[in-house]
Design a protein around this ligand. Structure first.
Ligand SMILES: Nc1ncnc2c1ncn2[C@@H]1O[C@H](COP(=O)(O)OP(=O)(O)OP(=O)(O)O)[C@@H](O)[C@H]1O
Ligand code: SF4
Ligand SMILES: [Mg+2]
Length: 343
């Protein structure tokens, strides 16, 4: 699905604004986030630390900290998240919309056996499921996520398993609830490189085989190059660019996306890393113009005063930059140079 969310999608966020209270005043951590995830689609949300990736995911499930002010509209698995009573919201999070965090140990009870936790997850999502059917589903799903000897693993306690296996088990706990959409917040960041690749492959297979919609937040662009159908790039609580992953990576239309690509080791080319100089504005400030203006090598005078709205610059490509059209061809040229320089 491209552009703004369509009704009936796995996720539709429209002009979502989130403010959090803090000792130094109100922090505007999301400033008008609009994107959609179609059924069976994988969408990656990328950006530097603090850009609002986790907040977007947490907002989608109304899991924000107490005191958070949220406006806009959020539709998740067909439900109006901001209008739902808390009880129904808990059911939604237990069944059709599941989340996997970076740290698998956060989701696992240290004292309970793996099998019991899977059975509990399945039966919370579907209270009509019998205990034996839930156990069968749990064993089958452990096998599906690549856990060897699932029957034996059902009897293990979390402290007996590795980080990679724990993340597979957490994914299995989500799958036994038969979700429509799976949110993954940096699901591989805590794992070694080989395990990272295996977990991403698993997520991609689950998407293809089950038609599972996946939203994956990551600061690592290389993680999403092979898995995401579409890429959403965030900067300082806003989406600056979104579009089909291959196109955004090959031909970034926003100077920030381009800078992010140049700072990604596997995408920029060996030895060609360029860290992005400067820092994003603090969420306690409300920039008048473009939030990237102070760091942007292409900034014009107007950028300091005109806030760039997202515009469709090509089918399915939305870019929030007053120079997006012209920048596309410049960035494509620069990418070609980078590509040539690869060993
Ligand atoms: N509970 C909180 N209280 C105050 N500020 C918060 C809270 N959670 C997030 N923030 C702030 O909101 C902004 C967005 O944070 P968020 O965690 O969504 O970023 P992120 O893109 O997920 O970053 P990371 O890559 O580090 O996970 C940051 O400025 C962060 O400091
Ligand atoms: S609007 Fe201006 S400052 Fe912002 S990204 Fe575009 S060129 Fe750079
Ligand atoms: Mg985060």
């Amino acid at each position: 699905m491209t552009g703004p969310p369509k009704p009936g999608a796995a996720l539709g966020m429209r002009d979502v604004r989130v403010s959090l209270p803090s000792a130094s005043g109100e922090l505007r951590v999301l400033r008008g986030v609009t994107f959609g995830v179609g059924r069976g689609e994988v969408v990656a949300v990328a950006g530097e630390s603090g850009s609002g990736k986790s907040t977007s995911i947490l907002a989608a499930l109304r899991l924000l900290p107490p005191g958070a002010q949220v406006s806009g509209s959020i539709e998740c698995a067909g439900e109006d998240v901001l209008a739902m009573p808390k009880r129904e919201l808990r059911r939604l999070r237990a069944s059709r919309a599941r989340i996997v965090f970076q740290d698998p140990w956060r989701a696992l009870h240290p004292m309970k056996r793996v099998g019991a936790q899977l059975v509990e997850s399945a039966r919370t999502a579907d209270p009509e499921l019998s205990a034996s059917a839930a156990r069968e589903l749990a064993r089958e799903t452990l096998g599906r996520v690549g856990i060897p000897d699932p029957a034996a693993r059902m009897r293990s306690h979390p402290h007996e398993i590795s980080g990679g296996q724990a993340q597979r088990i957490v994914i299995a706990m989500a799958l036994v609830a038969r979700p429509d959409v799976l949110f993954c917040d940096e699901p591989t960041t805590a794992l070694d490189v080989t395990t990272q690749a295996q977990i991403l492959e698993l997520l991609r297979d689950l998407n293809r085989e089950l038609g599972l919609s996946i939203v994956i937040a990551t600061h690592d662009l290389e993680v999403i190059a092979d898995i995401a159908d579409r890429l959403v790039v965030m900067y300082a609580g806003e989406i600056v660019e979104q579009g089909p992953t291959a196109e955004v990576l090959a031909r970034p239309r926003h100077p920030y996306t381009y800078a992010l690509l140049r700072s990604a080791p596997g995408l920029a080319g060996e030895g060609r890393l360029h860290a992005i100089a400067g820092r994003p504005p603090s969420p306690s400030e409300e920039p008048l113009g473009c939030a990237f203006a102070e760091r942007c090598p292409s900034a014009a005078d107007a950028c300091a005063t005109v806030h760039p709205e997202a515009r469709e610059v090509a089918p399915g490509r939305l870019v929030a930059c007053i120079r997006a059209e012209g920048y596309g061809s410049v960035a494509a040229g620069k990418r070609a140079v980078l590509t040539k320089e690869r060993p």
